[in-house]
Ligand binder design. Structure first.
Ligand SMILES: NC(=O)c1ccc[n+]([C@@H]2O[C@H](COP(=O)([O-])OP(=O)(O)OC[C@H]3O[C@@H](n4cnc5c(N)ncnc54)[C@H](OP(=O)(O)O)[C@@H]3O)[C@@H](O)[C@H]2O)c1
Length: 305
């Protein structure tokens, strides 16, 4: 596992983070085992959201920490707020209430990172700034970021928010790489030339914002993994070929492909399978060549103009 600095210059974090969206059915003991194994593999960054499992994921994680409190200091805990049934809500009251509820469910004093989950169409940036200021000065949140935000939306928020926005979590995988492909198709009237995000890669790199690819092994909108899927025969054959070449699994290569992007992204993987977590951690240590990176990119169906 490699380590990078995302939210604090003196707190290195694993370059692959672990998403906790799929842990709601675990018992506290199972979740403790999952955390201990993840830490042993080198993961030390855990991603939550107030809504995962209808709130159950934070609760189970908190119960695991209660069984083994020494685990807390070994990890960075990130959660998200702002999605409510049928609406998004970046009001001061909701942001503060949600963060406080997450703290209580996780059974911890401070959230290391709090993200705004999806842009609220009725956002008042001044209100967000007030909420963040309150959470920061009261010691309840150390650092802030966003998720699913465009470059300009971040710029607008940052004009009002005093704390630096250090993370933007975005959907990105080999099969969902519009954010990458648009960079090779500037000013071209083809599908890959459509820029959906305001050249987020460049923006985040310019402003020291770490992009966290979410669902890095899924196709569609969390529609299942592309690994082993009959819908992606050429891509899977290429990932297996590359896996053999680099001595890691096809799943590992899919993550190594994201890690090869030079801006030091931090993919958030969602596996709860012990051996898969080991495979991915191993793959985080390899660096695939420029030639092989482009080979995989083209095999996934992206064209170079
Ligand atoms: N910000 C947002 O809007 C947003 C949205 C969605 C998710 N997220 C975050 O992103 C995290 C990851 O999302 P995700 O769970 O969709 O990520 P993922 O890592 O792309 O997918 C994980 C799922 O794929 C399966 N999988 C992985 N490799 C496989 C393989 N080789 N063969 C068969 N199955 C395989 C895993 O099963 P096993 O458990 O069996 O390995 C698991 O069910 C979430 O936990 C959450 O923290 C954020």
């Amino acid at each position: 596992m490699k380590y990078i600095n995302t939210f604090s210059p003196d707190r290195p974090v694993s370059q692959v983070a672990l998403g906790c969206m799929r842990i709601s059915s675990m018992t506290a003991a199972e979740c403790e085992d999952y955390i201990v194994h993840a830490l042993d593999c080198g993961y030390n960054y855990f991603d939550h959201a107030d809504i995962y499992g209808g709130g159950k994921c934070e609760e189970v994680f908190g119960a695991a920490l209660a069984r083994n409190p020494s685990l807390r200091e070994k990890m960075v805990i990130q959660t998200k707020c702002g999605i409510r049934p049928g609406r998004y809500d970046f009001s001061r009251e909701h942001i503060i209430a949600s963060a406080e509820k997450s703290l209580s469910k996780l059974g911890i004093e401070t959230l290391d990172v709090l993200l705004l989950h999806r842009p609220d169409l009725l956002m008042e940036p001044e209100e967000v700034a007030e909420a963040f200021e309150h959470l920061y000065t009261s010691g309840k949140v150390r650092a802030f970021g966003v998720s699913n935000h465009s470059a300009l939306q971040i710029e607008l928020l940052q004009k009002y928010v005093r704390q630096p926005l250090v993370i933007n979590q975005m959907q990105l995988s080999i099969t969902n790489a519009a954010m990458v492909a648009s960079g090779a198709n500037v000013n071209l009237a083809n599908a890959d030339g459509i820029n959906y995000d305001g050249y987020l890669r460049d923006y985040c790199r310019l402003h020291n914002i770490t992009v966290q690819p979410w669902s890095p092994l899924q196709h569609g909108f969390i529609s299942g993994t592309f690994l082993g899927s009959p819908d992606y025969p050429e891509l899977n054959a290429k990932l297996r070929e590359m896996g053999e070449k680099y001595g890691v699994s096809d799943t590992g290569i899919a993550i190594a492909w994201l890690l090869r992007l030079p801006e030091q992204m931090q993919p958030v993987v969602g596996s709860t399978n012990a051996s898969r977590l080991e495979e991915i951690a191993r793959a985080a240590d390899i660096t695939i060549s420029r030639e092989d990176w482009y080979d995989i990119y083209r095999t996934a169906g992206y064209k170079l103009p």
